[in-house]
Design a protein around this ligand. Structure first.
Ligand code: GLN
Length: 245
């Protein structure tokens, strides 16, 4: 088996160790004897959905989001939207999450038209939401996985989910999507989004396994759950974050 990952705009969207999500996916594949390759896809490069099993897009400041958004819309938009509808697996972090929606309104009122691949909308405010986070995911609990997600957030955007999109989790500690409705992240078809940097997957390895399984089963026969890995170190880090004030 071979997991083929596309990394969108690696040199522009990579905050707070977002690249660590790819290292985690690679290692958890390799430890199970599964091949894994990561292909950077950036400015002026086409996105060919059929070449990939999973797409990763990290976070970035407003400046980078402005810089790449025309390329994202014009050059990659149609392929990304149809890939989302076809069930391709995506992991989108913070700024990348926002760009999957309809619009990102910056706090000076300027609007960045986004992909419209998922039914969400983001409005920035001057006060940023910054800090360690803890969330509870009924979605993960439903997969027999630990429902708690830990991470770190730093964003001015407040995201609101449309009716077709379900939240990834509810907030226990932190701001989450908008600091108001208690939701965090988003799930639409096989698109998983979160405001969690840190990076997200090394701190939440069961989420990594779910994404690997979902991406590989599109073209392979495999069972859930995947073969067990010794996660003592990750669990120690998680327990520390779950208990520290
Ligand atoms: N620029 C966006 C915001 O401030 C996203 C920031 C990020 O990816 N950390 O909300």
């Amino acid at each position: 088996m071979h997991l083929r990952i596309a990394h969108l705009y690696p040199e522009l969207l990579n905050l707070y160790g977002d690249r660590g999500n790819l290292i985690t996916l690679q290692r958890r594949c390799e430890w199970r004897g599964i091949a894994c390759s990561v292909q950077p896809v950036s400015l002026n490069q086409p996105f060919v959905a059929a070449d990939y099993d999973l797409v990763f897009i990290g976070g970035g400041q407003d400046y980078e989001q402005n810089l790449l958004h025309e390329d994202l819309l014009e050059r990659k938009g149609p392929a990304i939207r149809s890939a989302v509808e076809d069930g391709l697996v995506f992991l989108c972090i913070c700024g990348g999450y926002q760009l999957m929606g309809h619009e990102y309104v910056e706090h000076d009122g300027r609007s960045i038209v986004c992909l419209g691949a998922i039914d969400i909308r983001t409005e920035a405010q001057t006060k940023r939401m910054i800090g360690d986070t803890i969330y509870h995911s009924n979605f993960l609990a439903g997969k027999g996985l630990s429902p708690q997600l830990v991470g770190f957030e730093n964003h001015s955007g407040r995201t609101w989910l449309g009716p077709a999109v379900q939240p990834l989790a509810t907030v226990i500690k932190g701001g989450g999507n908008n600091g108001k409705d208690g939701t965090e992240g988003a799930i639409y078809r096989n698109v998983y989004c979160t405001y969690s940097h840190g990076s997200f997957l090394p701190k939440n390895p069961s989420m990594a396994d779910w994404l690997i399984y979902l991406a590989l089963k599109q073209h392979n026969e495999l069972d859930w759950p995947l073969a067990t890995i010794d996660d003592t170190l990750s669990e120690n880090a998680r327990n520390h974050l779950l208990t520290c004030k």
